[in-house]
Design a protein around this ligand. Structure first.
Ligand SMILES: *Cc1c(COP(=O)(O)O)cnc(C)c1O
Length: 376
């Protein structure tokens, strides 16, 4: 089995931006999520390169802390988990894509079966060696992936098929778990409970991070947090757990700009007074979204240095951001300015960019230097 190469981030001396990824915070967040659901097992969702932080590092840290089950979206990600966690149960949410069966078998990965056709295909496989168990996903109202309720009930009635599949999990996914007041949560719960009655001996799983925070009736046998592990907000009713990712940019240049002048593309923000501008070596190509820039119409995000918050001035460019350092006289060329981290929450940056923490994390750029701290 040949596993794909990981693209290597540059060393810090070659980079104008850097990420610090705190694996101790990741593990602490996983333990907190596990503690919210004390009667359930706690998996970790590590799709999309573990929400951008690096799947190998995340899986190693979480497996060392006792996490035994991982969920990924794509088969390619499953192979990367298997390479660093030889004992773990690894579920692939995207299910069977045509011709992929041999990879599931070779790497002992578990497909999440989302259609009857996938179930038939998997059941018909007669490998020489052992066949990994599967998860059966039921669509309880998201209308995205999974068997419909009637299909799931029909499957339950076919003992031969169920035996051939040897399912290890019955799962579904919540559409509105980040909002405890949304009626859809209870509606999906009711549908899921109907299905679980048809598979009485099967372990069950419904909750993502937000679902864990909805309370014990949503926990079932296994919970599947993702975003909360990475320090992102999982629910409107609950603050995020510990920050995991810090993004910093170097100051490349500092200059004074006169009142009435503008800064950057489009000249969208005119300065009301003479301003000390620092130009930072990170832009939207590094995952700092362009929409978090500032204009005369709309304020943007912030940088942070020392004790001072420094507003972005003008548009975010591909490789550069300009900030007002008038209030931070100590700021000097070569200094690192925080853009995301302990002073500037991920979700604040997301709000300035009119998106969610998930999207900020999963667009963190490949040319940022990366250092991992708190590794087990
Ligand atoms: C992404 C995903 C999760 C994790 O969701 P978070 O909101 O990040 O906690 C859980 N289950 C499924 C099926 C998912 O696709």
């Amino acid at each position: 089995m040949v596993f794909p190469e990981q693209p290597r981030p540059p060393p810090e001396t070659l980079a104008s931006g850097r990420l610090t990824i705190d694996l101790e915070a990741l593990v602490a967040n996983w333990r907190r999520m596990a503690a919210f659901a004390p009667r359930s097992a706690c998996a970790a969702v590590v799709k999309a390169d573990a929400y951008g932080i690096g799947i190998e590092s995340a899986v190693r840290a979480l497996a060392a802390a006792g996490c035994e089950t991982f969920f990924v979206a794509a088969l390619s990600e499953g192979l990367r988990v298997r390479a660093v966690a030889p004992e773990a149960a690894v579920y692939v949410l995207d299910g069977l894509i045509r011709g992929s069966e041999e990879f599931y078998l070779a790497a002992d990965l578990r497909p999440v079966l989302n259609t009857m056709a996938e179930a038939e295909t998997w059941a018909a496989l007669r490998p020489v060696g052992p066949k990994p168990p599967v998860a059966i996903q039921v669509d309880t109202g998201m209308n995205r992936l999974g068997l419909s309720l009637p299909e799931a009930i029909a499957l339950a009635a076919r003992a031969d098929l169920v035996t051939a599949l040897a399912p290890a999990l019955l799962m579904s996914h919540l559409a509105c778990a980040d909002d405890p007041n949304n009626r859809k949560n209870r509606e999906q719960l009711a549908v899921f409970e109907t299905v679980t009655d048809f598979f009485p001996s099967l372990p069950t799983s419904l909750a993502n991070s937000g679902g864990v925070l909805l309370g014990p009736e949503f926990h079932f046998s296994l919970v599947r947090p993702g975003i909360a592990l990475y320090g992102g907000r999982a629910s409107v009713s609950h603050p995020p757990l510990a920050p995991v990712v810090t993004m910093e940019a170097r100051i490349l240049q500092i200059h004074e700009v006169d009142a009435g002048q503008s800064v950057g593309y489009g000249a969208v923000e005119k300065l009301a007074q003479r301003t000390r501008i620092a130009t930072l070596g990170v832009g939207y190509a590094d995952g700092y979204h362009r929409l978090a820039g500032s204009s005369d119409q709309r304020p943007g995000g912030f940088g942070h240095i020392g004790e001072t918050y420094l507003p972005i001035v003008g548009r975010v460019s591909m490789d550069l951001i300009t900030i007002d350092v008038s209030e931070a006289p100590q700021a000097a060329v070569g200094d690192w300015v925080e853009l995301i981290g302990h002073h500037i929450p991920l979700d604040d940056v997301a709000a300035h960019a009119t998106t969610i923490g998930y999207e900020i994390l999963t667009s963190l750029g490949a040319r940022l230097a990366r250092r991992y701290i708190g590794s087990p």
